[in-house]
Design a protein around this ligand. Structure first.
Ligand code: FAD
Length: 405
């Protein structure tokens, strides 16, 4: 077993995140799973605490908001840098050990915050400080093929005018603003896709409905319509230029930072399931020996150990992808590998834990059945399993998206 130590400077922070997950998230897991679309009011106090930690500097990267190619982070004497990407994945793992749906409902920690943190300029960073931002890419006609979006943004004086419909926006109802992908000119292809920060309450923007879901029911998922919605040109993230030689680079850059975060969610949720299953197996008299080959143990113990090994591979890939982002190494390949492995392993582990625990696993006595439902989405959003595998294959084989689709 490879036992990587958590960097010393993050240990206190990670312990705090674990305590919060144990005392403030997990005790409310079942309540907000059953009361779908009810705002978890306990999160307001938690968000205030996270803001306090971030302001004091002891908790940079408490959630999705902390992600940036960390110019300000100090490299260790060895040149090894552990910055906001690493602290974000470590704390997200802990929080999702508590509850994925509640983590996704944390004020000011939306995936739109990651987009802002990744690509906003200094003025925008200051202007959107403290804003809770959702991320709106998916449309009724466009999911995995995100280069195909049809929401339009047309320049008019000092503004852009947005028209289109976005579906499945996480925190779309509760957030303060949404980062919207729109095309400046559909005939120019993917290079013309830009992202815009659209504050809630902007005329022409309306939340149309909320979706009922299999899992992460504590998190609201909204459909948002933009009907001649006017936003200042200064809310465009990145450059307004359409550079076909660079293609999708601007908006896609966000994914290199957010995919490890979603991988971390899967790792945290799977660890919760493993721990409970371990205890249930031991209670039932199953002996699990870490120093014996699985073939020499009971079937339940062997299954458990195989899951642990898979979990560890996902954990290490996630740390690697975050570490590379902190050290400004290109990590698209590793971010997709981490997301693919953790998403798949998260689904497998949580469902197999239900299986191992039998009726106890399937019932509401434990949270195992809930974690199996919650983890499914982590293999779907921010790029499905199949899309991650496609990206990995393209990178390894040196193929373009036109050559391998
Ligand atoms: C709860 C929830 C929250 C979400 N939150 C957000 C959010 O905050 N913001 C946002 O923009 N979106 C969000 N989404 C949308 C999510 O990102 C999309 O559902 C996802 O990208 C897949 O798109 P799709 O559903 O249109 O499926 P499709 O793209 O139609 O895919 C259907 C199936 O085909 C497979 N497939 C597609 N293309 C290929 C290919 N080339 N090769 C092999 N297989 C392929 C997919 O892997 C999948 O299995 C959310 C979705 C859910 C359910």
């Amino acid at each position: 077993m490879i036992s990587l130590e958590v960097p010393k400077k993050f240990r206190g922070f990670v312990n705090q995140a674990h305590q919060v997950a144990a005392e403030m998230l997990r005790p409310h897991s079942r309540t907000y799973d059953l009361a779908e679309h009810t705002y978890p009011k306990e999160l307001d106090m938690l968000a205030a605490m996270v803001d306090g930690l971030s302001a004091s500097g002891s908790g940079s990267g408490a959630g999705a908001a902390g992600v940036r190619r960390s110019e300000g982070d100090q490299a260790e004497p060895s040149g090894n840098r552990n910055g906001t990407n690493m602290s974000s994945v470590l704390s997200i793992m802990e929080m999702c050990w508590g509850d994925v749906g509640l983590l996704l409902s944390m004020p000011r920690q939306g995936l739109g915050n990651s987009a802002i943190a990744s690509v906003a300029d200094e003025e925008q960073l200051e202007r959107f400080k403290g804003v809770w931002a959702g991320m709106a890419i998916t449309e009724p006609g466009t999911g995995s093929d995100s280069a195909n979006i049809s929401t339009t943004a047309v320049r008019d004086g000092e503004d852009y005018v947005l028209n289109g419909e976005k579906i499945f926006v996480t925190a779309g109802d509760r957030c303060d603003a949404v980062v919207v992908w729109a095309t400046l000119d559909k005939s120019m292809g993917r290079a013309a896709i830009k992202s815009f920060v659209v504050p809630k309450g902007t005329p022409g923007m309306r939340v149309e409905r909320l979706d009922h879901k299999l899992g992460i029911r504590a998190s609201d998922t909204a459909t948002i319509v933009f009907d001649d919605c006017r936003v200042p040109a200064a809310n465009l993230l990145g450059t307004p230029d359409i550079d076909t030689s660079k293609g999708f680079a601007g908006v896609m850059q966000t994914f290199d930072n957010t995919r490890p975060l979603v991988a971390a969610m899967a790792v945290g949720c799977a660890r919760a399931a493993l721990e409970v299953t371990h205890d249930l197996l031991v209670e039932a008299g199953v002996q699990i020996h870490h120093d014996r080959p699985p073939a020499l143990q009971s079937s339940a113990a062997a299954t458990y150990l195989t899951m642990e090994a898979d979990w560890e591979a996902a954990y290490l890939l996630t740390l690697q992808a975050a570490w590379m982002a902190d050290n400004r190494e290109p990590n698209s390949l590793q971010a997709s590998m981490a997301k693919a492995k953790a998403g798949r392993v998260g689904n497998d582990i949580t469902l197999r834990c239900v299986e191992l625990a039998g009726s106890v696993g399937y019932s509401e006595h434990e949270l195992l059945e809930k974690w199996a439902r919650d983890s499914k989405i982590l293999d779907i959003f921010e790029g499905t399993q199949q899309i991650q595998q496609l990206i990995v294959a393209r990178r390894l084989l040196g193929k373009t998206s036109a050559e391998l689709k």
